[in-house]
Design a protein around this ligand. Structure first.
Ligand code: SAM
Length: 243
């Protein structure tokens, strides 16, 4: 019974996630700015600050999509470093690669189509891994966290930027209202795709809250795990180390 129960939703979720990101890829950046009122740029800037990434390092921007973090890391690591933008979805990878090339960023960036649950890299490869607004789309999050731990170098750090649980009841209510009405409406008006944006709102609600995600990281052997609530916990940045 277990077998049937776990198999069907897993395949369906993967299919659904693939459809959503194929469908939104071309409008992803403009929708991101609209829906977050531009605040995602601040959340990403904070992530970069906590990453501690330096010249010459090797960074994995996992579920990197259209490459906002990759662009910043590419400048930080310089010509003797490397940034790998990995994503499961070829449409998102294509939009990301075109955008970064248009910005003149190509020397130290590689693109890899990969599933976070089974990363195609050797053990101990990266100084830093980021996964920004990606983990909630991954079906088997525990497996993905173990895979990230494996490819991280000892001393390296993982940063997970993701929607989380608002700290205050009123904020939580307002946010629910916003995400279940405004997101699908904006999706309909701008991208002519309310379904994908309804999925987005649902996936945010289903994602583990701050303490639960911290526990999941610890279970995957990450050490010194901490989190920072951003914008009242609408988003949280979790950080953990491999020792
Ligand atoms: N990191 C980018 C950002 O912060 O703007 C993009 C985030 S976008 C909301 C989520 C990305 O996760 C999509 O590009 C999607 O294709 C990718 N994704 C979903 N499931 C994945 C998986 N199992 N492995 C790798 N990437 C995945």
């Amino acid at each position: 019974i277990d077998f049937g129960y776990q198999q069907v939703p897993k395949q369906e979720k993967q299919k659904r996630v693939a459809e959503v990101f194929h469908s939104v890829a071309d409008k992803y950046d403009v929708m991101n700015d609209l829906m977050s009122l531009g605040i995602h740029r601040i959340w990403k800037k904070i992530t970069i600050e906590y990453s501690g990434v330096r010249r010459g390092q090797t960074v994995l921007d996992l579920a990197g999509g259209t490459g906002d973090l990759t662009a910043k890391f590419s400048q930080l690591v310089g010509d003797d470093g490397l940034v790998v933008l990995a994503d499961i979805n070829e449409s998102m990878l294509r939009v990301g690669r075109d955008k970064l090339r248009d910005k003149g960023l190509f020397k130290n960036i590689e693109y890899v189509q990969a599933n976070a649950e089974a990363l195609p890299f050797a053990d101990n490869t990266f100084d830093c891994i980021t996964i920004s607004f990606g983990l909630r789309n991954v079906t088997n999050k525990d497996q993905a966290l173990r895979s990230m731990w494996r490819v991280l170098k000892p001393g390296g750090r993982l940063l997970i930027l993701e929607f989380s649980k608002p700290e205050y009841k009123l904020l939580s209510k307002a946010y629910d209202l916003y995400s279940f009405t405004m997101l699908p409406l904006m999706g309909k008006l701008v991208a002519n795709d309310s379904e994908s944006y309804r999925y987005l709102a649902e996936s945010i609600r289903m994602h583990p809250d701050q303490p639960k995600l911290k526990q999941m990281m610890e279970d995957a052997k990450f050490k010194d795990v901490q989190y920072h609530n951003l914008t009242g916990g609408i988003v949280a940045l979790h950080i953990g180390f491999k020792f």
